[in-house]
Design a protein around this ligand. Sequence first.
Ligand code: PHB
Ligand code: FE
Length: 339
Amino acid sequence: MAMMDNANQPLSFAADEVDASQPDPLTGYRRFQLGAFEFSRDEYFARVAWPAKGETHSHLIPADAFLRAVMRDVAWGFFYGWVNFDEVIGTRNHYGMVDLYAGTFNGVLKQAGVDYLETFESPRIMATFKAILHDWVNEGFDPFAAPEETGSAFGRKHGDNAEAIERFRVATQRMPGLPDDSPLRDDLPVNRQFADVAQDEPEIHAEPGFAGELHAFNLFKYLSRSDVTWNPSVTSVCKASLFCPTTEEFILPIFHGNDRVEWFLQLSDEIVWEIADKNDGAPRARVTMRAGDIAAMPADIRHQGYSTKRSMLLVWENATPDLPQRYESGELPPYPVEF
Ligand code: PHB
Ligand code: FE
């Protein structure tokens, strides 16, 4: 999410921090090494390999899904807690250090002892992930776009799409549209699925002496023009309370395992959430949220959302320092309310 370390940093990377092969003569893609992990891709799949029980184990992820997940991990600076690319591969943020794991949070692989975890300094894993995006994202593919609004991720290497993976990320200081704060982005077109969203702005009448201290904008209009999906951006900041609205279409490219409680307020349309145990991935619930519904996502689960029609979601995050330790130690229960 945009509040994290790497938000608004250009997607450049220190080449000397990245261990990459020469391009494969057939597919054109490079292989990347990070500790004992190896990343490679072919026309359809990303392959992640790691050592376990004296052998090399590997896991395939469709290239489009893999690139969408890595794009989120990079853009959000590894986010809060766990970013699972799928049931096997993911990262855990220790804020300065990052775990990369295979199978560690998959009950079956963990029990079979073929899991593997390695911890890296954040800049190093960030540089590798950025280099993978630069090399593996082909011309025409936008990992932030809904599938209907982007070209294909597949095939042999053809061109690149630095513009899509380096696009400006919203990082609001207080509220969009204030002087010196993030812009309202009226230059972006209204999305095809939000053609019915009113485009008027509120009138602001400040009492004498309060001009410049009162501000308002049309959040629905703002979101109707979002050109990215599944990318909550900090859009209001009040002490540790961060409102992070986002527009959603198709599938959240990661399963997020949170290290704190977060709240979802469904602003429009409908999202179905698959909820699973944070540690082993066992299914726990399916939650259908319709416009106006609000839910607290507990601190001991992972979740992935599905949105058929593009929808608007407000993610409400709590940036109070020390929350991860307070949940991990059991000082705080994993849910916000005792019924
Ligand atoms: C989440 O993991 O809470 C999350 C991430 C991205 C979104 C929405 C929710 O777009
Ligand atoms: Fe989450």
